[in-house]
Design a protein around this ligand. Structure first.
Ligand SMILES: C[S@@+](CC[C@H](N)C(=O)[O-])C[C@H]1O[C@@H](n2cnc3c(N)ncnc32)[C@H](O)[C@@H]1O
Length: 252
């Protein structure tokens, strides 16, 4: 028997699934929202970069009543889900289809004035060259004072064998516990999404778009910090870390 979930329930399962891979995912969101709240205008305009089904956007819109969010992703299944879920917020939410790997992607956002760009568990899909390109285009569209917060696993390099091993063991234990408690794996979540009629029609297009995108070499923290400075960000650092999981901060 197949289970067809409502968009909200599918998002809830996504949150559970992602939390199996990112042990302290909620803490990351918490610090991102705190920095946003403490630095930006009370009613900020936020870009949720590589939004997936809209996890960051949903939290910003839900917790900051006057905020507006533009959520963007290249996955046609996830943008459809994001459009449906974020549709609850009416005109405060906009979803835009864009490929961050394509130079010039930021033209889709040229008419917006963002106070902040928030992104999670996503930029590791880009090569170091593409990542520098994304930071450079962001620096060009962001006004002075706007901030970027990037939450992601930034794996330790060969100079840190102990920390690499401890982080891998920690990931393994967290995943085992989460799946034993009923969280779906990435593959199981996608199998379930494909059963949802309004998403199923976009699965083939998703496969076409991501067919030739092999996993990228992971960029360490030092690369992110240097790339952000090179791109033109003024103040660069970290606001949170748990083993190899970080929230990187940059101010334009
Ligand atoms: C693991 S998901 C994270 C989604 C969400 N930010 C979260 O934390 O739940 C990674 C996201 O990056 C998106 N992504 C990967 N490559 C991309 C690209 N070139 N342009 C835009 N989005 C991309 C994927 O489609 C996916 O939605």
């Amino acid at each position: 028997m197949t289970t067809v979930l409502s968009p909200r329930d599918l998002l809830a399962c996504w949150e559970e699934q992602q939390s199996a891979y990112v042990a302290h995912r909620e803490n990351r969101f918490e610090i991102m929202l705190d920095v946003l709240r403490l630095h930006s205008p009370a009613e900020p305009t936020v870009l949720d970069l590589a939004c997936g089904p809209g996890s960051i956007a949903d939290r910003v819109l839900g917790r900051l009543p006057g905020s507006r969010v533009v959520a963007t992703d290249y996955d046609p299944v996830l943008t459809r889900l994001a459009e449906t879920v974020l549709g609850e917020y009416g005109e405060r939410a906009t979803v835009i289809d864009a490929d961050l790997a394509e130079p010039g992607w930021s033209r889709h956002f040229a008419t917006w004035r963002f106070d902040a760009v928030l992104t999670s568990t996503a930029l590791h899909w880009l090569s170091p060259r593409q990542l520098l390109g994304v930071y450079t285009e962001l620096a060009a569209i962001l006004p002075p004072g706007a901030i970027l917060l990037n939450a992601d696993h930034l794996r330790f390099g060969p100079e840190h064998p102990t920390l690499t091993e401890v982080s891998a063991r920690h990931d393994e234990q967290v995943q085992r516990a989460a799946f034993a408690a009923g969280a779906r794996t990435w593959q199981e979540w996608w199998a379930m999404a494909a059963q949802t009629p309004e998403l199923a029609e976009r699965v083939a297009e998703r496969e076409r778009r991501f067919a030739d995108r092999p996993p990228q070499p992971l960029s360490p923290l030092a690369f992110h910090l240097a790339a952000l400075r090179t791109a033109g960000f003024a103040e660069v650092g970290t606001v949170w870390q748990y083993l190899d999981d970080y929230v990187v901060f940059a101010r334009r």
